[in-house]
Design a protein around this ligand. Structure first.
Ligand code: ATP
Length: 259
């Protein structure tokens, strides 16, 4: 479904991604892990058109994404959440999700002004779909509340509902369980599984190993901008290079602490 072929990205003199190739199959839950600063979020920024690659190609269902603006890529069926939550704090949960649905509503200004039946029917359908999506992430009961009143974990779930509102086929989740407590993580794991079972392909970046290993069929590991392995969770867990990559980071941290 999604294919990155030999993608490289440099920021000035800093080479952040070095010939990264990945294939996310249709229907998969696919994970991308790697130490801090390995280049994971940069991969998502390239897929969603926020930044252009220095070289290489990205194709989605056979369409080359090169040069497409982010809203065009959303329209093709790719949605994402961000590591730092981006919701409208002063709006209700329902309004937050409806904002994501905007392009699916199709009516003229005249109809809107005179509240003609088609306008009302579309508004009602949008509202019903938004409530359904909030239900998928366990937030339907709070639809009328202001987003600002939500816990951190709930705000992350609202972000997922809002991303789903663009009716994507591929959902990119950037550290979905960051800041969640263990119970919230378990709940989100079930929610992501259920979303996947409804036919959505999921590509996630995550530091929480229990979450990644428990959820993903395949996991790719990025280290210093290179994919060092892409395999089943069990094989990744036992991969020598992966262990080195993570231990190397711990060693550095230990050195810093004792210095
Ligand atoms: N727009 C940018 N301009 C310059 N440097 C950038 C930009 N975006 C990312 N970088 C650099 O690229 C490197 C990789 O960043 P990235 O956010 O992709 O890593 P990451 O693997 O997602 O890290 P983390 O797990 O900490 O979120 C970092 O050194 C970062 O400072």
């Amino acid at each position: 479904m999604l294919e990155l072929a030999s993608i490289s990205k440099s920021f000035g003199g800093l080479k952040v991604l070095d010939h990264v190739s990945l294939k996310v199959p249709q229907g998969a839950i696919f994970g991308l892990i790697g130490p801090n600063g390995a280049g994971k979020t940069t991969v998502f920024n390239l897929i969603t058109g926020l930044i252009p690659p220095t070289s290489g190609t990205i194709t989605f269902d056979g369409t080359d994404l090169a040069g497409l603006a982010p809203h065009r890529i959303t329209r093709l069926g790719i949605a994402r959440t961000f590591q730092n939550i981006r919701i409208f704090n002063e709006m209700s949960l329902l309004e937050n999700v409806l904002v994501g649905r905007h392009r699916h509503i199709n009516y003229g200004v005249a109809e809107m002004l005179f509240s003609l039946p088609r306008y009302r029917a579309q508004e009602e359908a949008a509202r019903a779909r938004a409530l359904e999506l909030l239900g998928w992430v366990g937030l339907a009961g709070k639809a009328g509340e202001i987003a600002d009143t939500l816990s951190y974990g709930e705000q992350r779930r609202l972000e997922i509902a809002r991303a789903l509102a663009t009716e994507p086929r591929l959902l990119l989740l950037d550290e979905p369980v960051a800041g969640m407590n263990p119970a919230e993580k378990t709940e989100l794991m079930s929610a992501v599984r259920a979303i996947n079972a409804r036919g959505y392909t999921i590509f996630l970046i995550e530091h929480d190993m229990r979450f990644v290993m428990g959820l993903c069929e395949r996991v790719a590991v990025l280290n210093f901008g290179r994919i060092i392995t892409c395999d089943k969770p069990e094989a990744v867990r036992n991969n020598h290079d992966v262990i080195e990559a993570y231990l190397g980071r711990d060693d550095e941290a230990d050195t810093r602490e004792t210095a």
